[in-house]
Design a protein around this ligand. Structure first.
Ligand code: C2E
Ligand code: MG
Ligand code: MG
Ligand code: MG
Length: 298
């Protein structure tokens, strides 16, 4: 832990400190404190799972949710996953936390399928380490034992996870897909993006990264790219989800380009499960009203 590391550094003698600038030393300290706090966070269950709607752009229905982890730090409040997921990965703590995320997602998917939507899906972000050993068998058994169809769960992976050297991931993905899990390629178009992945791997959804959606306007380069991605994905048999939809204009342009789903603050921010359920409840009531109205007019 942090104290031991400091002790070790001191015990090695002052000379060792010459290699560290004060800012590097500070950075290392901050990191060690964070690791310590994350260990406590796991013990004391300080994590929460939020859900963000994924909206069918044709019908407007909430068909799916993405599960997004939140850390409620005892003094700092909510800490962004961007800050702590990499540390959880480096320390392998992501295996335990990822399993919790998975189980919580299965629980919610089961409830929402039963109450609101027989085809409802919850998609889960994953990290490379989670694909080691027999994790995929675990996921399959877990889902089965909890009485949920694998089709209810989407596994979100990123392009970097499909890069060379991660051969184990691809074989696990194949098995997961054979078992019925849905696979989404997250943050498409960023980082190590390569079209060859689309040829090599069978996936179900392609998520256009929010950086392409951010400045979307009629005739812009980003619009051309989105349109091309959507046409290509459809020809390959994939559905497309646009991330980071923040306004009406983006929604309209994406719908016009035949994008299947939208996700973003325009529809709703990531929210706790009970708030998410209120959205589903409202949708169900609106649907019921609509059904009554169309019965009367028939
Ligand atoms: P991601 O999977 O690409 O998730 C989408 C991110 O975009 C989320 O950030 C979401 O809150 C944010 N977002 C949604 N709508 C909008 C919008 O309209 N505008 C903008 N600017 N942003 C929007 P969040 O929740 O901070 O998560 C960040 C990243 O952390 C995720 O990116 C994902 O890579 C990772 N992550 C989150 N939860 C988990 C988890 O349970 N396990 C793992 N391994 N990674 C996770
Ligand atoms: Mg994601
Ligand atoms: Mg993304
Ligand atoms: Mg991501």
């Amino acid at each position: 832990n942090a104290d031991q590391a400091m002790y070790a550094a001191k015990a090695n003698g002052r000379n060792n400190f010459h290699y560290f600038t004060p800012s590097m030393q500070q950075e290392a300290m901050v990191r060690m404190l964070l690791i310590k706090e994350l260990r406590i966070a796991i013990e004391e269950q300080q994590f929460e799972l939020f859900f963000q709607p994924i909206v069918d752009l044709t019908s407007g229905a909430i068909d799916k949710a993405e599960a997004l982890i939140r850390w409620k730090h005892p003094t700092k409040g909510y800490v962004s996953p961007i800050e702590f997921i990499p540390i959880l990965e480096e320390t392998r703590m992501i295996i335990k936390v990822g399993k919790w995320v998975f189980i919580e997602s299965v629980k919610q998917a089961k409830i929402w399928r039963k109450r609101y939507h027989p085809n409802f899906q919850v998609s889960v972000n994953t990290s490379p380490l989670q694909f080691q050993s027999n994790s995929t068998i675990d996921w399959h058994l877990l889902t089965k034992n909890m009485g949920l169809a694998a089709q209810a769960i989407g596994i979100e992976i990123t392009e970097s996870m499909l890069m060379e050297g991660h051969d184990d991931i691809s074989s696990h993905l194949l098995k997961l897909r054979d078992n019925g899990f849905q696979v989404s390629l997250d943050d498409f178009g960023t980082g190590y993006s390569s079209l060859s992945y689309l040829r090599k791997f069978d996936i179900d959804y392609l998520k256009i990264d929010k950086s392409f959606v951010k400045n979307l306007s009629d005739g812009s380069d980003d619009m051309v790219l989105c349109e091309a991605i959507i046409v290509m994905a459809h020809k390959l048999g994939l559905k497309v989800i646009a991330e980071g939809v923040e306004n009406n204009v983006q929604q309209r342009l994406l719908a016009h380009a035949n994008c299947d789903y939208g996700q973003g603050y325009h529809f709703a921010k990531p929210i706790p499960a009970d708030e998410f359920e209120l959205l589903l409840e409202k949708q169900a009531q609106a649907q019921a009203k609509y059904n009554v109205a169309s019965e009367h007019s028939a």
